[in-house]
Write a protein that binds this ligand. Structure first.
Ligand code: SAM
Ligand code: DTB
Ligand code: SF4
Length: 341
């Protein structure tokens, strides 16, 4: 089969990305799906399982998050999980078909003694043959290097929204803090997993601005989780106008176009999304999901429900350590005829 190379750009403007959003829906989906077929097998979806290894009592004030100590969400806090318990859960995730195991901690940034325990977890999960990912908050350069030396595959650190909208959502840290950690992680040679949340009252321009920052990174994030806000009672964003699912699909499609070789993950919010909408996100270029009954603290679809959906759609799980089907930076993609007119 001939492999065509899709151009990987790092010089997007917000206006160009907004113009992608504003296309007629079918044109946008056609363009995104055409790219998706060039860079990935469109019938494979990567399966990641999440585990909260330290829950609640987080000092940050992220307006969306049930784990902030500032909001009464009824969540019971739990200290850092013992390494053996984490490995037991990773083994179960592997048996259930996961290829990546993501461990999340409700920290602003990890203490060095806690990081040593997380490193033991990473090594143990790797030994099971799973790809590893952790999300622990802000990291110093030296902490990133320690994680890299342990063989960590991915570090998840979401920019969550546009630089302009950031202070409306979080006041205890800045967008720049977030970018600094992403730089530390990339400099240490760890793959970045970074995306955001849609449905927090942001404008389409904010969505375009967020994707611009990700797409203009020196190296595109290997994984881009697109979360639909899970509204949790007690958080400031509970009760906000619900997101139009078509806008969620659009965001996934635009992410696929501007980051053609990244895994785009249909992340939080699947429990509230009808199957047909999820199917459309796979067509639009999503090729990864969180799998298992729980995300970190909120519900996710049941495993057999997801397997049933995959069966109906003819989708198979992507094997661990899969790469895009073509790669390169040279030949620009020719837009579909109607769009180039
Ligand atoms: N504390 C670390 C941090 O903030 O990077 C790691 C854990 S934090 C829960 C990981 C990500 O989960 C956040 O960046 C956010 O994108 C996502 N998240 C948290 N609460 C969410 C919600 N209610 N709906 C959708 N995504 C959410
Ligand atoms: C990401 O982008 N989404 C995941 C993962 N990275 C860590 C977390 C979603 C959390 C949803 C709310 C909860 O379950 O607490
Ligand atoms: Fe803490 Fe992360 Fe939740 Fe923010 S998103 S409150 S940093 S756990």
């Amino acid at each position: 089969m001939e492999t065509r190379q899709i151009e990987t750009r790092h010089d997007w403007t917000t206006e160009e990305i907004e113009a992608l959003f504003e296309q007629p829906f079918n044109d946008l989906l056609f363009q995104a799906h055409s790219i998706h077929r060039e860079t990935f097998n469109p019938n494979q979806v990567q399966i990641s399982t999440l585990l909260s290894i330290k829950t609640g009592a987080c000092p940050e004030d992220c307006n969306y998050c049930p784990q902030s100590i500032r909001y009464d969400t009824g969540l019971e806090k739990e200290p850092l999980m013992p390494v053996e318990e984490v490995l037991k859960q990773a083994e179960t995730a592997k048996q259930n078909g996961a290829s990546r195991f993501c461990m999340g901690a409700a920290w602003r940034s990890p203490k060095d003694k806690d990081l040593d325990k997380v490193i033991e977890m990473v090594k143990g999960v790797k030994d099971l043959g799973l790809e590893t990912c952790v999300t622990l908050g802000m990291l110093k350069q030296q902490q990133s290097e320690k994680l890299a030396a342990a063989g960590l595959d991915y570090y998840n650190h979401n920019i969550d929204t546009s630089e302009e909208y950031y202070e409306k959502i979080i006041t205890t840290r800045t967008f720049e803090h977030r970018m600094n950690t992403l730089k530390n992680v990339q400099d240490a040679g760890i793959n970045v997993c970074s995306g955001g949340i849609i449905g927090m009252g942001e404008s389409q321009r904010d969505r375009a601005g967020m994707l611009k920052v990700l797409a203009n990174m020196e190296k595109h994030p290997g994984s881009v989780p697109i979360n639909s806000l899970v509204q949790v009672k007690g958080t400031p964003l509970h009760g906000i106008d619900a997101l139009d699912p078509l806008d969620f699909i659009r965001t996934i499609a635009v992410a696929r176009i501007v980051m053609p070789y990244s895994m785009v993950r249909l992340s939080a919010g699947r429990n509230e999304l009808p199957e047909a909408i999820q199917a459309m996100t796979f067509f639009a270029g999503a090729n990864s999901i969180f799998y298992g009954e729980k995300l970190l603290t909120t519900a996710n679809p049941e495993e057999n429900q997801d397997m049933e959906m995959f069966k109906k759609l003819g989708i198979e799980p992507m094997p661990a350590h899969s790469e895009p089907t073509s790669c390169g930076d040279s030949e620009p993609l020719q837009p579909p005829e109607r769009l180039s007119a």
